[in-house]
Design a protein around this ligand. Structure first.
Ligand code: HEC
Length: 152
């Protein structure tokens, strides 16, 4: 239930940010705030999943969280529109100069999270635990190149 509430909050904030600033490339604060909030909440969801795994919860209860992460991952490229490299952001210029690479990282993340959701649905505990590490790896793979390394 806690995970479900957090996922809904994450989704609501992301969609609110995207809707408010659709077509408004001049105001970069909207997508920056939206993507940072989504990143933080995806981190919180990952922490909740990890806690559930450590407790030995039935992985079938983690499907909603995993699906939420996959949905968020698909939304990432749209929250880095042209012009949003300026302002209070930790995004590297490579997000825009190497767009194909960035989008490939987002897709790898989305695919890994979708697979995680499938494993939850199947109730495959060992498979889920292994795939959770894969998903976590996709965070780091993107951050390594596209996010300034000072924090997180
Ligand atoms: C496709 C690339 C990509 C993937 C995949 C990705 N991130 Fe990020 N993340 C970024 C970028 C770029 C930023 C900097 C955003 C900004 O400051 O504008 C960021 C920022 C963050 C932040 C800092 C938010 C803040 O402002 O305090 C956290 C936390 C974070 N990511 C967690 C995660 C977690 C956890 C995952 C995986 C479950 C993940 N990210 C996957 C690109 C990615």
């Amino acid at each position: 239930m806690r995970i479900g509430t957090m996922a809904l909050a994450a989704a609501a904030m992301v969609f609110a940010g995207a809707a408010a600033h659709a077509g408004d490339g001049a105001d970069a604060s909207g997508p920056i705030a939206g993507r940072q909030a989504g990143m933080l909440m995806s981190g919180a969801l990952m922490g909740s999943i990890k806690g559930a795994l450590d407790r030995g919860d039935d992985v079938k209860t983690l499907g909603f969280a995993a699906r939420s992460i996959a949905t968020w991952a698909n939304a990432i490229p749209g929250l880095f529109p042209a012009g949003s490299d300026q302002g209070d952001t930790e995004a590297m210029p490579a997000v825009w100069s190497d767009r194909a690479g960035f989008e490939a990282r987002a897709k790898a993340y989305a695919d890994a999270a979708a697979k995680l959701a499938d494993l939850a649905k199947a109730g495959d505990k060992d498979g889920f635990a292994a795939q959770f590490q894969v998903v976590r790896g996709t965070c780091n793979e993107c951050h390594r190149v596209y996010k300034k390394p000072d924090v997180h």
